[in-house]
Design a protein around this ligand. Sequence first.
Ligand code: GTP
Ligand code: MG
Length: 149
Amino acid sequence: NERTFLAIKPDGCQRRLVGEIIKRLERKGFKLVAMKMMHASEALLKEHYIALRDRPFYGRLVKYMSSGPVIAMVWQGLDVVKTARLMMGETNPADSLPGTIRGDFCVDVSRNVIHGSDSRESAQREIALWFKDDELICWDQSTESWIYE
Ligand code: GTP
Ligand code: MG
């Protein structure tokens, strides 16, 4: 079963969007299998965003992401990597349709409230970076047969 790493960024926490964002993923039918609130270190964030290290905004990005608590989560479900990205909207909120998280709740690319893994490979790397194996919870939801054939 596919998993993805999602994180509500410090602006999402400050703006009290935690419940709203989790609610959308829950209602969709995805299963939450890990979650923790944490103040991410610059070292962790530099590693997390390593692919962007040569971009001009890398330093500011790491600073913003470590400026307050984040909600780190792992969500599981059919095509969850791709679908969570669709639910988030585009990187730039101006390109995000209303109805998406970024389309509904933010305006600035550098304050875009949520992170989501961009591929299954990224998801595996990011889950391993943010969580220990025993923090991932295996559980059956009684609603499963009403969400999947
Ligand atoms: P994440 O889910 O956070 O990884 O966003 P993404 O996959 O949609 O975008 P990407 O990985 O390319 O960039 C990571 C983050 O860097 C974005 O979410 C933005 O917060 C920030 N970012 C990306 N592009 C720009 C930019 O052109 N300017 C600024 N200031 N920030 C950017
Ligand atoms: Mg990304």
